[in-house]
Design a protein around this ligand. Structure first.
Ligand code: ZN
Length: 232
């Protein structure tokens, strides 16, 4: 009897010890967080683009197509390019939605996001609504013969990113080459609005347009020059 009792006490102690050790191990597994191991952050946006048929990467930057209904019947001459900024600090997606909203009579051909992503809203040959009251050379209604590029952001607050300029060059190159667009016809919204206002000082609806700054325009011109796309 004495031996049996001792045996069962021994067994009890062993079981208790095992339980304590097991609990300790489980607790350690739960509590231990290695601090020196950093897992790489996955860029889900990039991953989604890789597999989505809505996205393509024909050059260095991502491109997607969102057809805007805000176009006029007829064909754009594509004799020039008007540069704009969206003056909106939020996401480019929001801007694109607005430019594709049929209740909002505004559009353009492409929106270029800060990371260089391009949202193509219409082919160059479409007549979009980006210029409003405008004049260039001796012609009015720039929408009919010029395409519109919107840079996401507000250049009065923050300059264009290098990616935006590079992506714009990537976008403009085939268009400038195909339509032989002259350097004189690559302008800013402000330039075509000022020309209109000078000729029509009585039109109170054509208020002065503040758009992409002359400094940022100059940067785009310099990039076009480096890319040998300024044709005089
Ligand atoms: Zn504009």
């Amino acid at each position: 009897m004495e031996v049996k009792k001792r045996e069962s006490v021994k067994r009890g102690v062993l079981i208790a010890l095992s339980a304590v050790i097991l609990l300790g191990v489980v607790a350690l597994l739960f509590l231990y967080r290695p601090t020196d191991v950093k897992l790489p952050l996955l860029d889900t946006k990039e991953m989604m683009r890789e597999v989505s048929p809505e996205w393509e990467k024909p050059g260095k930057y991502w491109v997607t197509y969102r057809e805007t209904p805000n176009v006029l019947e007829g064909e754009n001459e594509v004799a020039g390019i008007v540069l704009h900024h969206t003056a909106y600090e939020g996401s480019a997606d929001r801007v694109v939605k607005d430019l594709c909203d049929p209740s909002n009579p505004v559009s353009c051909h492409v929106v270029i996001d800060k990371d260089g992503t391009r949202y193509i809203l219409a082919p160059p040959e479409a007549i979009t609504w980006h210029a409003g009251f405008s004049k260039w050379g001796n012609r009015y209604r720039a929408n009919l013969f010029m395409i519109g590029i919107e840079f996401q952001g507000n250049t009065l607050v923050e300059p264009l990113t290098e990616a935006q300029i590079e992506s714009a060059i990537e976008y403009m190159r085939p268009i400038i080459e195909k339509y032989n667009i002259s350097a004189d016809n690559i302008v800013t919204h402000q330039m075509i609005r000022d020309a209109y206002r000078e000729a029509n000082p009585k039109n109170k609806k054509a208020w002065p347009k503040v758009d992409i700054t002359p400094e940022e325009y100059e940067r785009v011109r310099n990039a076009l020059d480096t890319a040998r796309l300024l044709k005089f």
